[in-house]
Structure formats: structure tokens, C-alpha cells
Design a protein around this ligand. Sequence first.
Ligand code: CA
Length: 190
Amino acid sequence: MKTVFLVIAVIATGCYSPNLSNEPFACGSDTPQCPDGYDCMSGTCVKSGGNAVVQVDAAMGSGCPDELSEPNNSYTAPFVTPVASQFKTWKLTGLAICPAGDIDVYALTTNAMQTLTASITYDSSGEPLDMQLLDSNGMTMKNGTAMQGMTNVVSASVADLPTNMTYYVFVQASTAGNQNTYSLDIAVTP
Ligand SMILES: [Ca+2]
């Protein structure tokens, strides 16, 4: 059975701190668990619409590192991210194209007319990975391109996307059959 496998990497600064910053802090035990404008995510109050680093817990998988984010092999069965309803910037680490032939798909839904930017950073000592942004019908709307000087970072951006539409980040090996680990960043603005 799948249990909570997302761990928000945070620096806890205490409950109901009067100095409310963008840094997440521990949720309270009573309701409401977080002040107005904050959501309780995995035991941590994070600013609604703010940023979060989320980590797939590799230790809970016995095979491929990101086993517990699987299956997300198609846009019809994606890993659904909380972008943009809860977070406008979202990072997922501990991911992998594994085993050979694996495809990873992540969904996000706009909540305004927004620019979507996604990037993957793969292990530079391993095999190259590719990323694409797919539209709501699963069709490619932008191919990721390698960042100059950091060829293991592949990113793509599309502006003026309408509100309340679901888009997908599609990740696969550049050469079929290859495998590698990676992290994923998704951001929408404004
Ligand atoms: Ca995978």
C-alpha cells in the first residue's frame, strides 16, 4: 500500500512563529494546523502558492529509486503535482528513468494565465535524458533543450497558457533503453 512518500525538506522554525517567512515550519497539532495563508503539507506549514522542495524517499523503494512515484508512464496516468493550486515552484528529487524503457509523466494545472517552465537535471556521469512539455491532449507543445554550459540540464518554457488547464512534463531517455537518475523543477508565473 502506498503511504506518504513525499518528504518536504525544510528547516523547522517552530509553530505559529510570529515571523512568518517563506521558510516552511512545523504544523500545529490543533485545528487549524497552520495560520491563514499557509497549508499543512506532510507535517509542515508552507506558504500557500509558495515554493517547496519535495523528495521521493528512495529508501522506501526496493527496485528503481523512484518506484513509489510509479506508475507514471503516460499522460493518462501521470504523477499529479500540486502545481499550481498549492505551489508555483515545485522540485522533485530522487527520480529515475528506470528500468530500461521507462517513461515518467508529471501533471500540473494552471490557475491563471501563466508561463510554464520545467527543467530536469540528470546525473552528468550517466546517460542523457530528454524532456518535453505536453498539452492537455498529450501532444508535444515544446521540446526541452540543453542549457548552455550545463548540458545535463534540459529545460523548456511556454508562455500565455490559459487558466485551469492541465499540462504534462514528459521525461524519457534520449536513447531508448538507457537509464539515469534526475531531479525535476516545475514553475509557473505569475
Ligand atoms: Ca521512473
